[in-house]
Write a protein that binds this ligand. Structure first.
Ligand code: NAP
Length: 320
């Protein structure tokens, strides 16, 4: 089979398409024929070599994929060859024609969800779900600002929050992105590059602020977020690409919470809850990943360049 291989950490070009041996499933494992692989920002951090998760070289990148089960190992129940599935995490990396997973990393993909959409589920929807429901413990009737809503996690968060009965405020950096997030269920849509957007959130909530902020770029926004939160409000830091100075006094005056989260911290029990919720949302028709770009597997370097550029519009996936 063909797979993207990384022999050394570095720029996108270190990813090379190679012929490698087919995979086979050991006890408790599943081999999936990959029809689409999701590209996440974290794949680029790991490839560059600075991220706390260090892969042993050579490795195949990618955490997310969707495809068809080709082989199940001894003791695997609930899956058989031919099943449509999506994958969140794997033993071998998803930028390949096949991926080897433990049975806990594989989930059924409803018929109405395409393979490309399935490849957009694992990390983005898992993260949005854990941030909104696991960490912020969002409740029906609350308000949430999805700060950076036009990318993979943001669109997932808008859809999940709208489905859970929250009033959604969302930001994007382009007109196209703002139209997209409104279509996904955001009631109020703002531009995160506009310095006045924190004040606009306050005004749109009658001066109160929002109950929850899901923050995709905390190193830019965290101090402003503290102004836009309602009393007892919570900001969940999902993404951050540097340092920021904040005024801690703002948290005291209104009993604010600043929470961090990483999907990688979710244990097996939490993952079962997260992906159970996502499957229920898919089956109910509330969740429908948006695919901005499908690229052939060999264009993984181009996909890594694009995922780190501005002007997001949904998810980038690779097609083997
Ligand atoms: P993505 O698809 O690349 O989208 C990035 C988003 O950030 C876009 O909506 C972009 O909007 C927005 N953005 C750009 N400038 C912004 C600003 N000044 N303020 C607010 N948002 C801004 O990435 P993703 O997959 O959604 O992930 C988002 C972030 O979360 C990344 O940093 C990623 O590494 C991180 N993440 C963390 C976890 C975790 O477990 N904690 C899991 C997944 C992802 P425009 O392009 O429209 O400007």
């Amino acid at each position: 089979m063909k797979a993207i291989c990384v022999d050394q950490f570095g720029p996108p070009e270190v990813m090379k398409l190679r012929q490698v041996p087919d995979l086979s499933a050991g006890p408790g494992q599943i081999v999936v024929a990959v029809k689409a692989a999701g590209v996440n920002p974290v794949d680029t951090y790991i490839r560059e070599g600075w991220y706390p998760i260090k892969m042993n070289l050579p490795y195949t990148p990618g955490f997310d994929a969707a495809g068809v089960v080709v082989q199940t190992g001894q003791g695997v129940t609930g899956f058989q060859p031919g099943d449509r599935v999506f994958v969140s995490g794997s033993l071998t990396g998803t930028y390949a024609e096949q991926v080897l997973c433990t049975s806990e990393q594989v989930f059924r993909l409803p018929e109405q969800i395409s393979f490309s959409q399935g490849a957009a589920l694992g990390t983005p929807y898992g993260t949005a779900c854990q941030a909104l429901l696991g960490r912020a413990k969002a409740q029906f009737g609350q308000t949430v600002l999805v700060h950076g809503a036009s990318g993979g996690v943001g669109i997932a968060a808008v859809q999940l929050a709208a489905a859970a009965g929250l009033t959604v405020f969302a930001t994007a950096g382009t007109d196209k992105g703002r139209r997209l997030v409104r279509q996904q269920g955001a009631r109020h849509v703002l531009d995160h590059h506009d310095a006045g957007h924190f004040e606009a959130v306050k005004q749109l909530t009658g001066g109160r602020g929002v109950d929850i902020i899901l923050e995709m770029l905390a190193n830019v926004n965290l101090d402003g977020d503290l102004d836009a939160l309602a009393p007892h409000g919570t900001v969940v830091v999902i993404g951050s690409r540097g340092r920021i100075e904040i005024d801690p006094r703002k948290t005291m005056s209104r009993d604010l919470n600043i929470l961090g989260m990483s999907l990688m911290n979710a244990d097996a029990k939490q993952r079962a809850v997260i992906y159970g919720r996502i499957q229920a949302g898919l089956e109910a028709g509330h969740l429908h990943p948006v695919i901005g770009q499908e690229l052939p597997l060999e264009q993984a370097p181009e996909a890594h360049r694009q995922v780190m550029e501005a002007a997001h519009y949904g998810k980038i996936v690779l097609i083997p």
